[in-house]
Design a protein around this ligand. Structure first.
Ligand SMILES: NC(=O)c1ccc[n+]([C@@H]2O[C@H](COP(=O)([O-])OP(=O)(O)OC[C@H]3O[C@@H](n4cnc5c(N)ncnc54)[C@H](O)[C@@H]3O)[C@@H](O)[C@H]2O)c1
Length: 254
C-alpha cells in the first residue's frame, strides 16, 4: 500500500484494458488518478468504481491526437491538483491485419497519429508540466516495438517509434537537469478488448494461434502490466530512466 501515495497520475486510454487496470492499481496505492479516454461512459464507470473502493479519481474526455485537448487536460490537472507527478501515455489502437501493400496510407497515418503522435504530444506537454517538481513518464510500447510481426507494419513501426522517443526524451531530461524519468513498458499479448478485436476478426483459430505462440500457453492480464507501470512510476525506480520493461510471459526470450 502507498507505493504512489499523494502523487497525481494522468493515464490516457484509462477507460479500458491496461490503462484501466493501471488506474485501479495506482488508486489503491494512494495516487489521485486522472483517467482520460474517448469512451466517456466506460471512463465515468471506472472512476465511480475507484471512488466506491475508497480511491480518488476523475475522468476527462481526451483525444490524444489533438494538441488543444492536451493543453486543456494538463491545465485542468494543474488547476485541480496543483501538480502532475506521473503520466502514463497508454492510449493506443491495434494492428489492422493487412499485408503491407494493401495498407492504405490513411490507415498508416491513423495508427501513427494515436500510437506515436499521441505519445509525442503527451511527452511534450507532460515534461512542460513536470519541469518544476519532477516526475515520471511511462510510455506503453509493445513487444512489437522490439520485433516485427507479419501483417502489422503500421502498429509495429508506431511502437518502435515509442521505444526510441522514450530514450531520446529520457536522455534530454537528464542532460537538462530535469528530475523527470521517462521509460517504456513492453507488454506481450494481454487479454484486453484490443486483442479481443483481433481474435474476433480472426475467429477461434486466431485465439488458438495466439495461445500456442505463448511460452506459457497463456496471455497476460492487464494487471500484470499495471504492476510494471506502477514500479516505473514509483520512487522505487528513482534510478531507472530511458529503460524498457518487457512483461511478456517469456515471448521475447526465445
Ligand atoms: N493488449 C495487448 O496485448 C497489448 C500488447 C502490447 C501493447 N499494448 C498497448 O497497450 C495500450 C493499451 O491497450 P489495451 O490492450 O489496454 O487496449 P484497449 O483497447 O483495452 O485500450 C485502449 C484504450 O485507448 C483508447 N484510445 C484509442 N484511441 C484514443 C485516442 N485517440 N485518444 C484517447 N484514447 C484513445 C481506447 O478508447 C481504449 O479505451 C495500447 O497502447 C496498446 O498498443 C497492448
Amino acid at each position: 500500500m502507498g507505493r504512489v501515495a499523494d502523487k497525481v497520475a494522468l493515464i490516457t486510454g484509462g477507460a479500458s484494458g491496461i490503462g484501466l487496470a493501471t488506474g485501479q492499481l495506482m488508486a489503491r496505492e494512494g495516487a489521485t488518478v486522472v483517467l482520460t479516454d474517448l469512451q466517456d461512459g466506460a471512463g465515468d464507470e471506472a472512476v465511480a468504481a475507484i471512488i466506491a473502493a475508497g480511491g480518488t479519481a476523475q475522468y476527462h474526455h481526451h483525444d490524444v491526437t489533438d494538441e488543444a485537448d492536451w493543453k486543456k487536460i494538463i491545465a485542468a490537472v494543474l488547476a485541480d491538483h496543483g501538480r502532475l507527478d506521473i503520466l502514463v501515455n497508454n492510449a493506443g489502437v491495434g494492428g489492422n491485419g493487412l499485408p503491407v501493400e494493401e495498407t492504405p496510407l490513411e490507415l498508416w497515418r491513423a495508427t501513427m497519429s494515436v500510437n506515436l503522435d499521441g505519445v509525442f504530444l503527451g511527452v511534450k506537454h507532460g515534461v512542460g508540466a513536470m519541469k518544476e517538481n519532477g516526475g515520471a513518464i511511462i510510455n506503453t510500447s509493445s513487444i512489437l516495438g522490439m520485433i516485427g510481426l507479419p501483417l502489422s507494419a503500421a502498429y509495429t513501426a508506431s511502437k518502435g517509434g515509442v521505444r526510441l522517443l522514450t530514450k531520446a526524451v529520457a536522455i534530454e531530461c537528464a542532460a537538462r537537469g530535469l528530475n523527470i524519468r521517462v521509460n517504456s513498458v513492453h507488454p506481450g499479448f494481454i487479454d484486453t478488448p484490443m486483442v479481443g478485436g483481433a481474435i474476433q476478426r480472426g475467429g477461434p483459430a486466431r485465439r488458438e494461434a495466439i495461445l500456442q505462440s505463448q511460452p506459457t500457453g497463456q496471455m497476460g492480464e492487464p494487471a500484470d502490466i499495471a504492476e510494471g507501470i506502477l514500479y516505473l512510476a514509483s520512487d522505487a525506480a528513482k534510478f531507472v530512466t530511458g529503460s524498457e520493461l518487457v512483461i511478456d510471459g517469456g515471448y521475447l526470450a526465445r
